[in-house]
Design a protein around this ligand. Structure first.
Ligand code: DP6
Length: 328
C-alpha cells in the first residue's frame, strides 16, 4: 500500500498551449519535449483505509487546500483504476531548481501517478501511466518517458489516445539545456489560466495552430538526424509564437521580464559570434538555453555573468519515471 517514485521534469521544444477538453486535459496541439536530468520530483504515496482525507506534504511543509485538492483529484483517477477509496499520505520533494520556480508540475504529477499506481499494486503500461499523469497536469504525460517525448494529442473524446510516446531515448543525443533563472516574484498568470485565456480570446491563436505541425515535424527530424540547427531554430521559433499569442489575449499578458529579454539577446549574440545556442521559454520568465556539450561551459559562464540571472541549472537528457521502493 506504499510506494516511492522519482520522475524528471521536461522542457518542451514544441509547446503544449491550449486544451480542447479542460476536464480530461486534452490538448489542442501535439507537443514534444526533452526529459531533463537536473529537475526532478521524488514522491511517496501511502494508502490507508483508516484515513478520511488525503494529506500532501511538499518539500517538508503541509501543502495548502488548492494544491492538496489537485493531488486528490489526480489520485482519484488512480483509485478509480484500482477500485479503492482509501485516502493517502503523499510526501513530495522537488530537486533544487524547482524551488526556483522551474516546471514542477510535470515531474510532480508524473511521480504521483507512478508512485500511486505502484502503491495500489497496479501493473500499468506506459500508455496507461502517461494518461494518469496527464489527468494531473498535461505536461506530466511526457515525463513518464525518458529522452525525447512526443505527446500525441489524440482524437478520441475520452482521451484514451492522448499520451506520451518516446521519440528517442536519453542516450540518442546529448542535447544540453541550461535553465537561466531570473528573479521571478509570484507568477501572476498560471500556465493553466494563461492557455485558457489565450484559446478563448487571442486572435493570434489560430496562427499558433496553423504552424505547430510544421514545427513538430522539424523538431522531430532535428532529433532523428541529430541536426542541432534544425532543432534549435524550430524550437526557438515555436516558443516565440506561443508567447506572441499571449500579447494579443484579452486582457493581454506576457511572461517576459526585462531579464528574460536580456538572456534572449545574449543567446542571439552567442550565435552571431559562432556559438550555436537557442532559447525556449515556458509559462514563466525563466529562459532555457539549448546548446551542445562542447559549448556548455562557455554558454553557462556567459549566462552566469548576466545581472538578471540568479542561477543556472545544466541538464542533459534524463531518464524515465521509475519506482524506487514499494512496501506493504
Ligand atoms: C508552457 O502542463 O502546466 O509549459 O495541463 O493545465 O497543468 P496543465 O498545464 P501545464 O502546461 C505547460 C505549458 C508549457 C508548455 C509545455 O510544457 O508544453
Amino acid at each position: 500500500m506504499e510506494a516511492k517514485a522519482t520522475a524528471y521534469s521536461n522542457i518542451a521544444l514544441v509547446k503544449y498551449w491550449g486544451k480542447r477538453d479542460e476536464k480530461l486535459i486534452l490538448p489542442t496541439n501535439p507537443s514534444l519535449s526533452m526529459t531533463v536530468d537536473a529537475i526532478f520530483t521524488t514522491t511517496s504515496v501511502r494508502f490507508d483505509e483508516s484515513l478520511t482525507a488525503d494529506t500532501f506534504t511538499l518539500d517538508g511543509e503541509l501543502a495548502g487546500a488548492d494544491a492538496t485538492r489537485r493531488v486528490t483529484a489526480a489520485l482519484d483517477h488512480v483509485r478509480a483504476v484500482a477500485g479503492t477509496r482509501a485516502a493517502a499520505v503523499v510526501d513530495s520533494v522537488n530537486s533544487g531548481p524547482t524551488a526556483a520556480g522551474l516546471a514542477s508540475s510535470a515531474s510532480g504529477f508524473a511521480a504521483l501517478a507512478t508512485a500511486g499506481a505502484a502503491a495500489l499494486g497496479l501493473e500499468l503500461d506506459d500508455t496507461q501511466l502517461s494518461i494518469l499523469a496527464r489527468r494531473g497536469s498535461g505536461s506530466a504525460s511526457r515525463s513518464i518517458h525518458g529522452g525525447f517525448v512526443e505527446w500525441q494529442m489524440g482524437v478520441e473524446a475520452d482521451g484514451r489516445d492522448s499520451h506520451g510516446i518516446q521519440v528517442a531515448d536519453e542516450h540518442h543525443w546529448d542535447v544540453v539545456m541550461i535553465a537561466a533563472c531570473v528573479d521571478a516574484g509570484a507568477k501572476d498568470v498560471s500556465s493553466r489560466d494563461g492557455m485558457r485565456r489565450t484559446v478563448d480570446t487571442s486572435p493570434y491563436y489560430q496562427g499558433w495552430l496553423d504552424t505547430v505541425e510544421d514545427d513538430l515535424a522539424n523538431v522531430r527530424r532535428g532529433i532523428q538526424e541529430r541536426d542541432f540547427e534544425l532543432l534549435g531554430t524550430a524550437a526557438e521559433s515555436n516558443a516565440l509564437k506561443m508567447h506572441a499569442t499571449t500579447l494579443a489575449a484579452s486582457p493581454p499578458f506576457t511572461y517576459w521580464l526585462p531579464a528574460s529579454l536580456e538572456i534572449m539577446q545574449t543567446v542571439r549574440e552567442l550565435r552571431a559570434s559562432g556559438t550555436e545556442a537557442y532559447f525556449t521559454m515556458d509559462a514563466g520568465p525563466h529562459v532555457v538555453v539549448l546548446c551542445q556539450p562542447d559549448d556548455a561551459a562557455l554558454v553557462n559562464a556567459r549566462l552566469g555573468e548576466l545581472a538578471g540571472v540568479t542561477q543556472t541549472f545544466v541538464s542533459h537528457p534524463g531518464p524515465r519515471a521509475h519506482v524506487t521502493r514499494t512496501a506493504e
